[in-house]
Design a protein around this ligand. Structure first.
Ligand code: CA
Ligand code: CA
Ligand code: CA
Length: 228
């Protein structure tokens, strides 16, 4: 289960979006007089190659998008806060999100790996999966996976490695479910793509396992910059 930096897929490495590859088209998407969405096209047919944008208008690029030969999205990189490093990296297949790497703690290494099932319906308003189908986490940031999350509908089961051998241990199962939510619990939406953190988790017989509920949603903010 250990992840090694030699596996390039597992690194949060920025891919170049360079205007020398084609023609740069800049747009002021919000009309404030400042250009904020920059698209590199192939120059010939105008097919987009990549795009970068400053979504929160702080003068720093926070989103990069890359397109395949058919013009579908194939990769997104997210840069949060004041960081210059990539915080999250998404991979798409046929325009659908299939895989995500996430540095949730700012350690500049992946600590959360998400897989998305292409058969799960998308959220119609965002066009994104409502949740991953599977997740592994290195919750301690020590380079070893110690949590395994699986989704069945919006019920999430998390098992953990408590003794450090890299395998889930009996008695660590935590179920984060829809049931208490339907009965009027405190964290609506948390398990199905909402953005709130909260405490919807039910601790199983194991107890004392730190599950970061803020990670329950499909995660990274979708790109307003999908506009041209
Ligand atoms: Ca602008
Ligand atoms: Ca920004
Ligand atoms: Ca174990």
């Amino acid at each position: 289960m250990e992840r090694t930096p030699s596996d390039s897929l597992e690194q949060l490495v920025h891919e170049k979006c360079d205007k020398s590859a084609g023609t740069l088209v800049a747009v002021d998407s919000n009309g404030d007089g400042k250009l904020d969405v920059f698209t590199v096209t192939d120059g010939g047919g105008g097919r987009p190659l990549c795009r970068y944008a400053d979504l929160n208008r702080d003068g720093r690029v926070d989103l990069y998008e890359f397109f395949d030969s058919t013009g579908e999205i194939r990769r997104r990189e997210f840069v949060y806060g004041d960081a210059t490093e990539v915080d999250a990296l998404e991979f798409y297949s046929g325009g659908r999100l299939v895989r995500r790497l996430y540095d949730t703690t700012g350690r500049h290494r992946v600590d959360t790996w998400d897989w998305f099932d292409p058969n799960v319906p998308l959220n119609p308003s965002t066009g994104r999966p409502v949740h991953p189908s599977r997740r592994e986490r290195d919750s301690k940031g020590i380079g070893q996976v110690d949590q395994w999350w699986t989704w069945a509908g919006d019920v999430i089961t998390v098992v953990s490695d408590r003794n450090g051998d890299g395998r889930p241990d009996p008695g660590t199962t935590v179920v984060l479910g829809a049931t208490e939510r339907k009965e009027g619990a405190t964290s609506p939406g948390v398990a199905d793509g909402g953005s709130s953190g909260g405490d919807a988790m039910k601790t199983g017989e194991g107890g004392a396992i730190a599950i970061d509920a803020s990670l329950l949603d499909a995660g990274v903010t979708p790109a307003e910059a999908s506009a041209p």
